[in-house]
Design a protein around this ligand. Sequence first.
Ligand code: WQD
Length: 337
Amino acid sequence: MKKVLITGGAGYIASHTNIELLKGEHELVLIDNFINSSAEALERVQELSGRSITFIKVDLLDSAALDSVFVQHPTIDSVIHFAALKAVGESVEKPLDYYTNNITGSLNLYSAMKKHDVRKIVFSSSATVYGDPDEIPVKEDAPIRATNPYGHTKAMMEQILMDTAKAEDWSVALLRYFNPVGAHDSGQIGEDPNYPNNLLPFVSQVAAGIREKVVIFGDDWDTPDGTGVRDYIHVTDLAKAHVKSLEKLANSSGIHIYNIGTGRGYSVLEMVKAFSEACGHKIPYEIGPRREGDIAEVTGNPAKAKTELGWQAELGLNEMVESAWKWQSQNPHGYNS
Ligand code: WQD
């Protein structure tokens, strides 16, 4: 049994990753401050997996509390670092909150790893570090051109980690997620944001009648139907990429960067239509103005993850929207249902 410390361990991506890790020889120690997650998710992960987990409520800005986690668990073998604020729009309004939480929190984590000689880490990064890439599907060697404070924090956390890994001989996997969507096929865990900043949770709440209509941010983009195109990936496929990454780090030192996407893009209108078919009724929408900072299209080239991790996305658009609708239907008010 290898012990894995998971920051942001109660969150959306982490919960789905925990399910996949608990299928294997992993013992999980989760930390979270519940700023954008729920303790209920921890209960459901244990119910679904039939295994227990260790949870400690810790804010990464509390370096003493973070250090005591490593003292209490001296056999921590690796870390998966999910904890971060991640709403692009909010990062523009509150940049200092984002730099403080994401960068200082990561510096505390990396320092604790160094102090306790933990040398393997999988980092939750984001395709947003590429900004508006020159070439799509984008490859891992594309220039880093973040265009918002959130994206800058992810790029900085990557750079700090790469420099530290070189100095300390750590094994690092940087996973650049595209657009995670969907939910575990049980419908028992899923995305439960404080506010639905992203498309799918918003569409889901409109489908459930919680919100009135979807506003499509522009239909005059240079795309086939004029609406934005993104590389949506089922969260369970994304979760499996983390398991494959830990396996890779068990035998490889150095830094490994992977795009975790499908390589296939869908437009906003295609997503709304697919969700309508999943929920069985039309979803009201209107065309509104473009959103500040948005780009027309971005998809990822996942070839490197396939070659080096033996990973590729397996679930398609129907599984993405049907699982999202099942989670929404079974949990109209998320984990507070
Ligand atoms: C998707 C498409 C919008 C909402 C962001 C972050 C990225 C990652 C995923 C954290 C775009 C359109 C959206 C709505 C709309 N997050 N849209 N109406 O912006 O591609 O990526 O979230 O890691 O880092 O950058 O995701 O879901 O916000 O937007 O028309 O109410 O849906 O214009 O084309 P995005 P999104």
